[in-house]
Design a protein around this ligand. Structure first.
Ligand code: ADP
Length: 319
């Protein structure tokens, strides 16, 4: 294989740059040329790409976001778009592609692999909602950002004897919620994976009040939403002034943590080795600290488990 492409697709995640750097440098070391494709699959369709040299990826390992930009691309979901992308690859001499993104991006990589362009996908999403891997690029940074923000919020919540209902990201997955909830000592954690009623939350607040607690952090996962409504109900039932805070996209930015940089570097290196060894249509992941890879379709069919034990522990110790 003489020339490969790399792109970032779907939602951005801190550590994507570290993966771009690792892929580029590993490929160059293997004597390949590397094309950085801009704005996800759009760049493949439009031929928007730039050659990446050793120094093109200098000074990016510490930066959030993605130097290749990212985007969603509806055209790529259809045969015409896929054929345009394939034609670009053939015209540019791109014989393999590394795609960094979430499960939507994996579907695209599977479709393109099936049309003769070998693709390797890396899990890049803050949500950690990919079943075949314990860990996705960006997850650790997002959790640390959320934790730091909730700590700040706690200072003012405590000073005013308030209740803060904090909404963290994660789409339909509660991994960020349960981990930041336990790390910030949240009184209650509300995630889609665990059935709940607002009355349960109110009851828990009231029972902690009897032991002298007078400020409360309630972490709510993005998929639940309704933070304002939950805060209102808590205030009405308990008389504790309650405010909702939606942390939002700030969780997607910032310098990646050690963990995200190391995992992204490891996965990027592994992805190029797969291409060099003739593999296609694989997703790279990390299980029990080891790199693994799965067929894209198989990976997409897997179901992610939830940290029920961690949730139970959080409920046991934060009251
Ligand atoms: P993520 O990769 O973060 O899950 P999306 O679900 O938005 O984000 O997917 C990113 C892009 O991947 C889409 O804009 C589209 O270009 C491509 N994609 C998603 N689903 C499919 C599909 N079923 N077939 C082909 N391409 C897809």
């Amino acid at each position: 294989m003489k020339k490969i492409g790399i792109l970032t697709s779907g939602g951005d995640a801190p550590g994507m740059n570290a993966a771009i750097r690792a892929v580029t440098r590993t490929a160059l070391k293997n004597g390949m040329t590397v094309m950085g494709v801009r704005r996800g699959y759009n760049g493949l369709i439009n031929g928007d790409m730039v050659a990446l040299e050793i120094r093109s990826v200098s000074d990016i390992i510490q930066r959030g976001g993605t130097i290749l930009y990212t985007a969603r691309c509806d055209e790529f979901r259809f045969e015409e778009g896929l054929q345009k992308a394939k034609a670009t690859c053939i015209r540019e001499g791109i014989e393999g592609l590394v795609v960094i993104g979430g499960d939507g991006s994996f579907r695209g990589a599977g479709d393109l692999s099936a049309r003769g362009i070998p693709c390797i996908a890396l899990p890049g999403t803050i949500d950690n909602d990919i079943a075949m891997t314990d860990y996705t690029i960006g997850y650790d940074t997002a959790m640390n950002t959320a934790m730091a923000l909730i700590d700040k919020l706690r200072d003012t919540t405590q000073s005013h004897d308030r209740c803060s209902v904090v909404e963290v990201m994660g789409r339909h997955a509660g991994h960020i919620a349960v981990n930041t909830g336990i790390a910030c000592g949240a009184t209650h954690i509300i995630a889609e994976e665990v059935p709940f009623t607002v009355d349960d939350v109110i009851e828990r607040i009231q029972s902690t009040q009897t032991t002298g607690k007078h400020h409360f952090i309630i972490v709510v996962s993005e998929g639940i939403g309704n933070s304002q409504e939950i805060a209102k109900k808590i205030e009405q039932a308990t008389g504790v002034e309650s405010r909702a805070t939606i942390l939002g996209h700030v969780q997607r930015g910032g310098a990646p943590t050690v963990r995200d940089r190391v995992v992204a570097s490891h996965m990027g290196h592994y992805a190029v080795e797969l291409l060099v060894n003739g593999y296609s249509n694989r997703v790279v992941g990390m299980r029990n600290g080891n790199m693994v890879d799965f067929d894209i379709k198989e990976a997409l069919a897997m179901k992610k488990s939830f940290e029920n034990d961690l949730y139970r522990i959080a409920m046991d110790i934060s009251f």
